[in-house]
Ligand binder design. Structure first.
Ligand SMILES: [Zn+2]
Length: 175
């Protein structure tokens, strides 16, 4: 039987979600957007992704209401991509997926995600085990861990070395 291009025959919410976020690069674009990356060129240099692929993924993500395209400059026209509620709702999934990757594939910790109020590292679904609360994404502080390259070549990776809150727009230094 030929392998279909989609999961149309699957009556399953996971299959429905994977129709949107299961393509290569898509979840990494969402991850970067939650980290505060907003501009096309910043996604491009941070992901090292072919331009046509990035354009296609941004198109899908905006069409599906996961990112919102906003014009921030008129001439020349420049847009940025901002996570919507639907995009932000992927945060616990990404958090859990990241921990799964580290626990099962033995990676040194690349980043810490902490509750801004108390400094505790978040649990697997974005909760604070000390405050016993689900931490709103804007109260999550990300910091570099020991496994991260501390002298990266691209300006976006360099900007992400500074502790920052999720969603806070990233302002990379010009290359
Ligand atoms: Zn806390």
């Amino acid at each position: 039987m030929a392998l279909g291009k989609d999961y149309a025959t699957q009556e399953c919410s996971i299959a429905r979600a994977l129709e949107i976020v299961g393509e290569r690069w898509t979840l990494l674009v969402v991850r970067d957007a939650l980290y505060g990356v907003r501009r096309y060129n910043d996604f491009l240099v941070h992901l090292g992704i072919p331009r046509a692929v990035l354009a296609a993924r941004l198109q899908t993500l905006t069409a599906e209401g996961i990112l919102e395209k906003r014009r921030y400059q008129q001439s020349p026209p420049r847009d940025e991509y901002v996570p919507t509620e639907r995009g932000i709702a992927l945060w616990p999934t990404l958090r859990a997926l990241g921990l799964w990757g580290r626990e099962h594939f033995g990676e040194t910790q690349l980043r810490y995600f902490r509750h801004a109020d108390c400094g505790t590292e978040l649990g697997p679904y974005g909760e604070c085990p000390v405050c016993r609360t689900v931490v709103p994404i804007g109260d999550v502080v990300m910091e570099p861990g020991p496994g991260l390259d501390h002298d990266p070549a691209d300006p976006v990776s360099r900007a992400l070395l500074k502790p920052k809150r999720l969603l806070e727009p990233l302002e990379p230094e010009p290359a």
